[in-house]
Design a protein around this ligand. Sequence first.
Ligand SMILES: C[S@@+](CC[C@H](N)C(=O)[O-])C[C@H]1O[C@@H](n2cnc3c(N)ncnc32)[C@H](O)[C@@H]1O
Length: 382
Amino acid sequence: MSLTFRDILHLRTHDIASETLGELIAGAEAVALLSGAVESGIIGALSTASSSQQIAIATGLEQEQIDGVLRALEAYGLVKQRNGIYNLTTHLKLLTSADAPNPLINTLRVTNIRMRNLTNLGNDGKDYTALQSYEVLSIAQGIISALSLARSFVGAALGNMMPEVKKLWQAGACHLESGCGVGNNLFQIVTTYPKVTAVGVEIDAETANEARRRAVFFGVTDRVEIRQMDACTLTDEAVFDTAQWSQFFFPTVYRGAALRALFKALKPGGYVFMPLLLAVSGNIWAYRRDMLRMALRILKSEPLIALVFLNAILLTTPARQRAEKRLSSLQELVYRAWGIPAKTAKELQIEIEGSGFRVLRTIPTPASRVFPVRGFLLAQRI
Ligand SMILES: C[S@@+](CC[C@H](N)C(=O)[O-])C[C@H]1O[C@@H](n2cnc3c(N)ncnc32)[C@H](O)[C@@H]1O
């Protein structure tokens, strides 16, 4: 049978269709390649310029294999090579530096967990608490790190976005975090406001232990207590002036009990804030208006942080908005796989008010890759 012109055209259309998918596959494979290079120590060895022989000695892998990995990394523009000496690109150097807000190794580990969850959509009713301990720890470490240069930025930004809370922190409040992970926000707060004493509650043992290690690292063990327990079983009554509820890590079955325990633990009039996973406003103009309002609100108290909000306005291109849309659609799926509803600000408000809190306001924050949070909801125990 001889080929027809139609057959050739048909093949060509398949070729074009495969190219679209090819770009996505190349991205996913590059993440896998980079993950392998990080976990095997190749990227670590490249923190100083090295030959493939030096990397083979440092990692214990065969030089031939190293050569292949380095060639692939170079082809993806992740490393540079001159006269057989390899170097990380400037961006990779930044992401692997000790003070990176989102260290590369954590970003990749979380990405791989998310990809596994997205692949396994027919999940059998398991939730976040069914994740392996190393996964919970990786996710907690994948959040903007208190060990990084962003520590005082986040501490100051939280205070400036919530002046009523900042006042209490400056005076020496007792702060609670329900679901503290490795304590990124907790340490950002206690190191920025040295009179604050804090309790962090974390259900996962390894993650709680890492938070305790970090309390030692920051020299704040006299002001910070980490309790490894289910936040739903907290029995403190009217003890805390302020609290954070890391709500988008609490599966549906835990939420009601966690909120009841949190309500009791706060003093009457005490404040609770919680991060929002989804943007407060999806519309580009509403988002720009929100950023401008926030910038003007904090311009006097913290002009440098106001600049971050102003910069967010400049960055709102249609391409970025499309990227945000893609990200939030995946967030909803990943969190659903963890049994956690990705609530809008309005839905969260209804949930919080159903537990007796009074919602004061939503606080939109700039959309960025570094900061996974898209805003906060501030409420008060009445
Ligand atoms: C990832 S952390 C949040 C991050 C934190 N705000 C920070 O800045 O690092 C959220 C944590 O809540 C914990 N968590 C979820 N349900 C919990 C519960 N019922 N009791 C205590 N901790 C819980 C998860 O194990 C997770 O480590």
